[in-house]
Design a binder for this molecule. Sequence first.
Ligand SMILES: *Cc1c(COP(=O)(O)O)cnc(C)c1O
Length: 392
Amino acid sequence: MYFIGEEEQQAALEVIKSGSLCRYGPEESRVTTFENSITEKFNVEYALATNGGTSSLIVALYAAGIGLGDEVIVSAYTWIATPASVVIANAVPIIAEIDNSLTIDPNDIEAKITPRTKAIIPVHMIGVPSNMEAIKTIAKKHNLMVIEDCAQAIGAGFKGARLGTHGDIGCFSLQQSKIITTGEGGIVITNNEELHDRARMIHDGGNLWGVSKHTSAFFPGMNFRMDEVRGAIASVQLTRLDGFIENMRTRKYKLREAIADIDGIELRKVHDKNGDASTTMVFFLSTPDLARKFGEVMGKYGVPAGPMYTHGNGDKHVYPGWDYILQKKTYHSNGLPYTHPTYGDIQYSDRMCPKTLDYLGRAICIGIGHEMSDETIDKVANAIRSTAKDTL
Ligand SMILES: *Cc1c(COP(=O)(O)O)cnc(C)c1O
């Protein structure tokens, strides 16, 4: 959460006073208003608000018709909710390496495609766009769906279009730790009417309350609806989004410039600087050992830092921490999807994506607040410069 102000309080209070807290009560639903602001701002045909980022991924996978017998390629660096939602959709996640952008490596996507592959989920981690051009080329060649996990990158873009509009479906989270927030919440966007209608059905008990052109496709759905209080807060948060991003971007590039000339430091690759909504600045050292030492010394200069991955730290943003995925655990004793004969023997191991562990083990991550002052930027840049002098 970056900022909850007076306007959010006012918007929530109005809803509570009205007594109509479900989107299917009031004549003018706040949730619908929020969805309309999203379609306008993101230049996309359809938006569906949900109650979470995980829900949004599940809705997207179900909408895309992904299920038992299918494989979905996911990035080895993402919050565990990404592979978990694939298993919840009864498909098997196939884990692919990241590259020096800390987003999925297009070369490894190609290497992991099998006749069972149905979709790719690129994850725009900590606000930086994946290489959507390369990913879309691969998807087209192999007839795969692209579901963008934009949970950490709402408002970011790639080559002039917002993230979430490059693939077939885009999924967002409004959880407390994301760029804008309603505490919990999510959005699913698409330009495809049928995907949108299917998403609505899935998120709303099989579309019990709405109207769909695709009524012949009625099927059992869940309930992932957003409520009016969050709809009202979300609309206010959305008005703050571009300001937040612009402020963070300006500060981040000031910091990047201030350290760009230091030998031995490699800045994270950013596929499109203009689309960067990053809440962090990342740079690589030459070895994980050096990164550890570098972090320690930075602490002495007043800026605590450390490598983004150390073996055994259990971080559920990096695939070795995805315990229930690597162990193929599910809610049911039949072990599906993994035990389905189509798959053969699915093998996971905590060393299966060594490049990912190498990049994250050598990476130092500095948080960038949208209110970071010039003095703080100078302090951080000086700490990095002094540490480089001491250690490199
Ligand atoms: C936060 C997050 C999710 C899940 O969103 P929730 O709203 O917490 O369910 C999914 N993917 C990524 C990359 C995330 O960071």
